[in-house]
Ligand binder design. Structure first.
Ligand SMILES: [Zn+2]
Length: 312
């Protein structure tokens, strides 16, 4: 019987006999090495993937954080009913409200007047009032009525935006101005009161941005005119709001109809001797004489050294 010969391999020109065992070992080592490097490579790429994911997550977090910060900044801008730039022209309405309720019209030796306009916005009188305020370079506070804003359509809405943009303060004067709804039997109904004012707050947010809010309000008819206001005061205090009445008026909504001259005289008469004046006027429909009286009124306060400020 022929002895089985080991397989012969040729490397180059030399004839060499190779052991199968050796070949197997080399092959195994090769496989192990390749396997190892594949494993190492996939480990590296896995790590790279994790790092990439982490980076993406960090970036997402950073963007979210930036968004949150910007939102906070926006919120701060609109917390108090005037634009950020117009803050310098405003007084703290809560302090003024407290002083009014105590009949304290002092202001530390500095004369100050708050021109206030109720029941707007109207598409007829408000533009005239705004023009005079701009021409005279003075600021005012507008106590807006939601129902009138809606009734005035797009034009009225634009005027609210203009008031805000031009540095005037925006305050709430209810939606309906309906005494029967707000004060049945001359006594405040807190639920009706809150929901009526919230309705106007909603309209203002729609117009001035979701972060707009005003803490200043004026009760239709005046806080002084109604019963049961103690519970309203508790609510106002808890919610950080300030109700502002007035200590002077041009009487453009009471008594016999007056012309511009008479309105100015009434405003001056009721303001005299007061270091701090909160002057009540109206810029709703039919108040053309109020718009005409405004330059005369502003002249009086300028001549007498008053600073014009807003309530916010
Ligand atoms: Zn009113």
């Amino acid at each position: 019987m022929n002895k089985r010969r080991k397989p012969t391999f040729y490397i180059g020109k030399k004839k060499k006999r190779l052991n199968l065992k050796k070949v197997a070992i080399v092959a195994i080592i090769g496989v192990v090495c390749i396997g190892g490097s594949v494993k190492a490579w996939s480990f590296v790429s896995e790590q790279r993937q994790i790092k990439l994911e982490q980076k993406k997550l960090e970036e997402k977090k950073r963007i979210e954080e930036e968004k949150r910060r910007k939102e906070e900044e926006e919120k701060k801008k609109y917390m108090i009913g005037v634009s950020h730039e117009a803050k310098k022209d405003s007084y703290d309405a809560k302090i003024i409200s407290d002083k009014l309720s105590k009949y304290d019209y002092s202001n530390g030796g500095k004369k100050v007047v708050f021109l206030t306009f109720d029941d707007g916005t109207s598409t007829t009188v408000t533009p005239k009032v705004l023009k005079t305020l701009k021409d005279e370079g003075v600021k005012a506070t507008f106590f807006l009525m939601g129902k009138n804003i809606e009734a005035g359509g797009d034009r009225a809405k634009e005027l609210v935006k203009q008031e805000f943009k031009e540095g005037h303060a925006i305050a709430n004067h209810s939606y309906s101005h309906d005494y029967k709804l707000l004060y049945p039997q001359r006594t405040v109904n807190l639920d009706s009161f809150k929901s009526d004012f919230e309705k106007t707050d909603g309209i203002l947010k729609e117009l001035l941005g979701k972060y707009f809010s005003t803490r200043v309000l004026r009760c239709p008819g005046g806080h002084m005119s109604w019963k049961g206001m103690d519970k309203l005061d508790v609510y106002l205090k808890e919610s950080g709001k300030a109700s502002i009445d007035w200590n002077a008026l041009s009487a453009d909504a009471q008594g016999k109809k007056k012309n511009a001259q008479e309105l100015a005289e009434y405003a001056i008469k009721t303001s005299q001797g007061k270091e701090m004046v909160v002057l009540l006027m109206h810029d709703t429909y039919g108040k053309e004489e109020t718009a005409k009286s405004l330059p005369l009124i502003i002249k009086y306060f300028k001549d007498n050294g008053y600073a014009f400020k807003t309530l916010a």
